[in-house]
Design a protein around this ligand. Sequence first.
Ligand SMILES: [Zn+2]
Length: 97
Amino acid sequence: MSFSRHQKIKKTRVDHICFGCMRKIPIGSAAHYHVGVFEGDFCADYFCNSCWNFLEVYPDYFEDGFYFGDIIEAKNEMERNKEIKNYIQGEEQWLYC
Ligand SMILES: [Zn+2]
């Protein structure tokens, strides 16, 4: 059995650490709180807006679940892929002009 519940917090009352990017969510910031059971393990974690948006935009990216800091890793990987793609496209333009 698994369940998942999400709550948007307008202003945090204490500092939290974002589960996605490991950065501090300072007191008074907007955040997202998620509780759920994944593969039998209970989890209750805070996420910053940026990481939560990433999860909503790319749900397939984490089909098999994710761990502490995985979202920032995924963002960095996408950024690198974009740079490589831009570089390759740049090379192609150079080759064909
Ligand atoms: Zn985050």
